[in-house]
Each structure stands twice: as C-alpha cells, then as structure tokens.
Design a protein. Structure first.
Length: 764
C-alpha cells in the first residue's frame, strides 16, 4: 500500500468522516504567518480530516433560541475528538519517518493584528480554508467550508507534514453552495448584510473562492463573546463595543451559529416543519428493519464494548416511558435509547480518571450516533453540560432516569451517556463482566507487568516502565530537604468572561508525596509517556510564523489523552483484582502551564516517577530525558497495589556527558531567571543524578501566569511583559495579573523556553 493510502486508511480508522490531501503549492497565496509553510518550513502536504455533526443535533439544536443550543453541544466533544485524531495521525506519520505538525481544532487565536499579519481572530492556520486546499470542500457564501456530503455540518482539523502525498482534486467554486441565502436570512447579528467590506477572495490552485468580507466582531457577538442576541446590536461593532456591552450586560450563553444550522447543499436539502425549522439532510432509501440481520445491532454494541463500555443498556420506548422519559420530547419519532456506562472504582476517583472516562463514553456515544445515521436512522446524542452551558440542559438528559431504575447504581459512581434513536430497539442489557464469575486471566496474571505494558502501547502510549513504591519512597526522602515547605502561589480569577482579572491569590506550602499518599497499600507505579512531535518543538515561536499554538496543543492533548489511556489501564487492573489511581504529579513537585484548555500539568510532570521506572535520566533543567524523545514527552503515573516487576534504571553515563558539556540554553533562555546556581543530587539504586534547583514562583510567573512575553504569550499578541520582581509576593502577583487583556486572558498560551531551547528536544 502506498504511503498516501496508508495515511488515508489510518485517518478513517481514527473515525474521520472525510479525509483529503493538498500540496503546499496550493497554499502559496496564504499569509506566511498563517500558512502551513510558515508554521513548518519544509512542509510538503496538508492532511485534513473532517467530522460531521449528527443531523438531529443540528436540526433540534437552537430551535427555540440560538443561545439555547441543546444537543448542538456535541460540537465541544467534536473539537476534542478532532484534536485526538490530529495528534494520533501526527504520531502515525512520525513513525513512518516523516515530520508532522498537528494543529489544534479550535480556540487558539490572534485576536488582533500581529506584526505583518493583517487579520483578526486569526488561528495558526484556517482549517476551513485548508479543507478547500485538500479537496474536501468549497467556501460557501457564509464563509464556511461546505462539503457535498454534509454542507456546513462539518468540523475540520489539519496535520502538516513533509511527506509527499498525492493531492486530491479541488472542488470548483459553485459545486456545493447554490446561494440560497438561508444563512443570511437567519443570521441574528445581520453579519452577512451589515458592515460588509467588499469580498474576500481565496486563491487556491486555478480557482478563486469569493464570499463576503464580514465584520468578525459583529459575527462574534453571541458565538464567541456570549452576549445576549436579544440586545440591540449597534450599527458599528468593534472590540470596544463588545467589551462595553460585556461590562454592562454580562454574558448569556454561547450561540449555535445559524449560518451552519441552515446550510445544506440543494441536492440534500428538504424540510419537515413539524420536526424542525432547519433544512433536513436527505437520507437514502428507508431501511427495512424487518429484513435486517440481527448482526447489524450486534456490531453496533460490539464497538462500544471494544471501546471500554462496561454496561450497555438498551431501552425500548415502553421502558423509557416507565422510567418517566418521553422519547418524542427528546427526538420526535424516537423508538429507543442506548446508554453506555463506565463505573468509577472508589480508590481511582479523581479529576484525571473522571475526565478520561467521560471523554471515552461521550466519544463512543458519538460514534454510535453516526453509525445509526449511516443505517438511515436519525439519532440524538444527549449532552448534559458543555463549556458554554454549565447548567443542565433544558429538557433533561435521560441518562440519570435510566440509571435510577437500576438498584446497583444507587451507591456507585457511574459515568454514562445516552443515544436516543429512531431505530427500533428491544429492551435488553449486556454487562461486559459478571462479578460473580471467576475469570481465567491467563498471561495477564502470569506476567502482569508485560500485560499492562502491551495494553498501554495498544492504547497509544509511546513509553512504558514500572517502579516499586519503595524506590519512589527513597527518592521522595531525598527531595524533601529541597521541596518540602516551598511556597506556591495559586491565583484564581473571580471575574466573569471577557472582563478584567479579579485575582484571588492564596499561598500554600509544598509537600513531597509518596505512592501511599495516593493509594493505601501501594506497591508499584506504572509510568507511561506520550510523545510531543519533533517538528512542533523545532518551530514553536520561531519565524516565519512565530506560532506558539501547536506547542500549546501538544501540552493539553497529551494530558487528556493520557487520562483516557490511564482510565483504561485502571479498569483493567480492577478486573484483575487490583486497586489503582491516576496522577500527573506523583511527588507533588511539579506545576502547571497556561493553556487555552485551562491550566495543564507542565513537562516536569512525573519526572521522578519516570526516572524510577527506567525511562530516562535527569537533565540540568530537571526534566526527564528519554533516549527516544529527549525532553518531548508527557508522563502519566498509575499508583497500584499490584506487584509489578520494576524496570531497570536507564544507564546514562554518556548522556550525562552531553548535558555537562552543553552551553545550557535551558538556563540562559529562562525569561524569569528561575534557575538557581546550586544543584540537587539524589541517588537511586547506585546511580547518582543531579539538576539545578528552580525557584518555583519565578517559573510559574512565566509559564503558569503568562506574565513575561518571551514565555510564549506575546506570540498571540499579548502586550503584557512584566519582569519577575526580586520577591514574588501574593500582592505582586495579583497586581501583575490585573494587567492581562480582558479578552486574551480567557485563553492564555505559554511555552516552556527551557524545553524549546534544549537540543535534546529536536535531536532525539
């Protein structure tokens, strides 16, 4: 199989609905600071993947009001799924021997003009435009990427590579958009008729794609800034107007874009006003369920089991009504529901486990929804909450009522979600495991360490090792004189979105932790790692694009994918009779980095656990370096009472010489001069390691609170560049945080210069 087709096949295996390739030559007209070749000089191809919004989520979302989005909240899950796909595809390409740079699906923007880039709300690259470059879409009148299969009901993500892949043909202008103007007719801010400044012209290959040059501040009134669409919107909308209205009125909720809701290709467009005011996407011939093989439903459920669902509850309409649920109120014409459940072991309950399990359950529900659609049955994935709608959705989520009818969930923590469908379903239930059965686990218990390592790699881990709890105890004892009692400043913003910082700063004292602090009876620690892609670190913050976004993407995607892998490993340990808990900071000696997805664990995370597990050695900066990736990995630790076989420590004599003879750019490039001259030494099983001590408050000033430009935030246009004072007090930190821009502070981005400037980050 050719490289082109193997990449395409892998992308579809990841769950993509559409996959396309475009040559870099098609991007020659793009602004260099917002182009694939600007982010990754030497790039040859863009790989673009699409996911489509389930039709019922579009057709029933935002029906009463654009800011009561209901099932359209699936888009937040879609962003995460796209991020996962981009990261995993980047790893696949890198394993084939090529460079790869995945770009975040959303939420990293330069809000204002940056240097020579004359654009606002500018992402690192536009997935909308690159979907056209890859032959998946054309640009519609609404400025969205429209595909022949789904119209505007898509979200896209891009991986840039230096591999030469065969490009797909472009879609000529006018292929999909018939200028029906439903987008313009239904835009609540009138963004497609007011404040239009001529046309935008997108030149790709031999084609020019034209669409209105709208005022993006007007467009973002409700969709980005959550301002009430029922307010009187001024004739001229600017950043200052937005901020003044936020100050006066606060926010309502995120908006479901009506330009997306009402946009379908003419060939697919039909209406049923009794069901939705939105155009319906036409399906093929009506399926004949009486002639359907039982294997059809069995395969649907088998995929859920394979993905980690423990309990699958199939409810027919009568069972739903007995539980107090009216299926038609959720999805008109509904004939049943499928609920997927994962339980949370009491020892494992923490935010890391919960987020990993919740994402996996939601992702399985999303796949199930699309599979039912492919069979010809409209289906609705329910969403209890979302980022812009933190309260329970109006109309309720049936999952709680379904579980309430099952006594075994009365006192158990369960993570669950439900798909409501028009497919006829007979009530039934299938548990993956029966707790009363004594299972023959074979090699899983004969060589538990190897079994867990193999499973971790199957789930996507690049590195795996094990350590004894006693080894971590010994390391912790040597760290205490240096870390115990160190002051840490935690800042919380009490203000609302898009208003100035109102800092609440508290002080706490660090305490070095050991495995038994996480789990009573701990015997072992399993450590696994996820790579950061080499070309991302090679080009982060560097010309010509000067982009920090791809690095920020790597820090958050590896964190939550680590949680997904970790939860699966913990559930496997539970099946084998062992307790376990997931942690990103076993010793309590690490910190966080600013991110558009909220503070993320920094790349010091679990360095001492990784050392004890034989994955690498400690560098001058105190990061763990591995022979495979240097400094570019995220480490996740699982503390367990299982007796795992410890990995041998990494032999590092030659590597230590490399660090000793280096010019130490990690130290000299630190904006806050956080590295002290004195070193910390520790001994483990006869091996001695040492690294420079760090002033944690100074380090946090740069990467956690993004207060010095060279820490990364300046590359998104932040003008805050405050040198760390000689003494960082709570008052000094609070005063500095108040200077952050009220819009940009919402999604701060930072890098770790000590990581970016280390030769090991790109040479390994």
């Amino acid at each position: 199989m050719s490289l082109t087709e193997s990449v395409r096949q892998y992308a579809y295996e990841l769950g993509a609905d559409l996959v396309g390739f475009g040559g870099i030559d098609r991007c020659r007209h793009a602004p260099i600071m917002m182009s694939p070749q600007g982010l990754f000089p030497g790039a040859r191809t863009v790989i673009v993947m699409a996911l489509h919004h389930p039709d019922a989520c579009i057709e029933l979302g935002g029906e009463e009001h654009p800011q009561e989005i209901g099932p359209y909240s699936v888009q937040y899950l879609m962003n995460s799924r796209l991020d996962e796909m981009a990261y995993r595809l980047g790893t696949y390409v890198e394993r084939q021997g090529y460079g790869a740079m995945p770009v975040a699906s959303s939420n990293i923007w330069r809000y204002n003009q940056y240097k020579d880039l004359n654009a606002i709300f500018a992402p690192d690259v536009s997935h909308i435009y690159l979907a056209v470059v890859a032959g998946l879409a054309e640009i519609g009148y609404n400025g969205l990427a429209l595909t022949p299969e789904y119209g505007a009901r898509n979200r896209f993500v891009t991986v840039i590579t230096d591999a030469v892949l065969e490009p797909d043909p472009l879609l000529p202008p006018g292929t999909v958009c018939d200028r029906c103007m439903l987008c313009r007719q239904h835009c609540p801010t009138l963004a497609l008729e007011k404040e239009i400044d001529g046309e935008k012209v997108l030149k790709i290959g031999d084609f020019e794609y034209r669409f209105p040059n709208k005022n993006l501040w007007r467009c973002a009134w409700g969709e980005h800034f959550d301002l009430d669409l029922d307010l009187k919107i001024p004739e001229l909308v600017t950043e200052e107007v937005i901020l003044e209205n936020v100050r006066q009125h606060g926010s309502r909720a995120g908006e479901m874009g009506q330009c997306l809701k009402f946009c379908l290709p003419k060939a697919l467009r039909t209406f049923d006003r009794t069901y939705s005011k939105t155009p319906l996407r036409k399906y093929g011939p009506v399926p004949n369920e009486t002639a359907e093989s039982r294997a059809v439903s069995a395969r649907l459920l088998a995929r859920a089991y394979a993905g980690g669902a423990e309990d699958v509850i199939v409810s027919g309409t009568e069972a739903l009504r007995q539980a107090g649920i009216e299926p038609d109120a959720i999805l008109p014409g509904a004939k049943g529901a499928i609920t997927l459940v994962v339980t949370c072991p009491s020892a494992a309950k923490n935010d890391e486990f919960w987020s990993g399990a919740q994402y996996q359950v939601d992702s399985l529900c999303y796949d199930l929804t699309r599979s039912l659609e492919e069979l010809g049955f409209r289906s609705l994935m329910t969403i209890a909450r979302s980022g812009s709608h933190p309260r329970e959705m109006a109309g309720g989520n049936p999952t709680g009522a379904i579980l309430a009818a099952l006594p075994e969930y009365a006192d158990r923590e369960a993570i669950a979600n439900t798909v409501v469908t028009r497919k006829t379903l007979l009530s039934r239930r299938r548990l993956v495991r029966d707790a009363t059965v004594q299972w023959d686990c074979g090699d899983a218990t004969a060589d538990l360490t190897r079994h867990l390592s193999d499973l971790a790699r199957q789930l996507g881990a690049d590195l795996v090792g094990a350590a004894s709890a006693a080894c971590l105890d010994a390391i912790a004892g040597q760290l205490r004189p240096f870390f115990d009692g160190e002051e840490v400043l935690d800042a919380h913003d009490r203000s609302s979105l898009f208003t100035p910082w109102e800092p609440e700063v508290t002080s706490r004292r660090r305490r070095v932790m050991v495995p038994t602090d996480h789990l009573a009876g701990a015997k072992s620690v399993l450590v696994f790692g996820l790579r950061l892609h080499r070309e991302v670190l090679r080009w982060a913050t560097r010309p010509p694009a000067e982009a920090v976004g791809p690095y920020a993407f790597q820090t958050y995607v590896t964190h939550w994918l680590g949680a997904v892998i970790g939860y699966r490993l913990i559930k496997r340990l539970e099946e084998l009779g062992h307790a376990a808990v997931l942690t990103t900071d076993l010793t309590g000696t690490d910190s966080y980095i600013a991110s558009p997805r909220g503070p993320q664990p920094d790349l010091f995370s679990n360095r001492f656990a990784g050392l004890a597990a034989g994955l690498g050695y400690l560098t001058t900066s105190g990061h763990l370096a591995t022979p495979q990736f240097g400094l570019r990995q995220r480490l996740i630790a699982i503390v367990t009472d299982a007796p795992l076989t410890p990995s041998p420590l990494y032999a590092m004599d030659q590597d230590r010489m490399r660090c000793a003879t280096c010019s130490r750019p990690c130290i000299t490039s630190c904006p806050a001069q956080a590295f002290a001259a004195d070193r910390i030494s520790l001994t483990c099983e006869g091996h001695t390691y040492s690294f420079n001590r760090i002033d944690g408050r100074r380090c946090d000033w740069v990467k956690r609170y993004a207060l010095q430009g060279d820490g990364g935030f300046k590359y998104l246009g932040s003008r805050v560049d405050l040198p760390a004072p000689a003494e960082i007090t709570p008052d000094a930190l609070a005063s500095a945080l108040r200077q952050h821009d009220p819009i940009k502070k919402y999604r701060p981005v930072a890098a770790e210069p000590c990581v970016l400037n280390c030769p090991l980050s790109t040479d390994a």
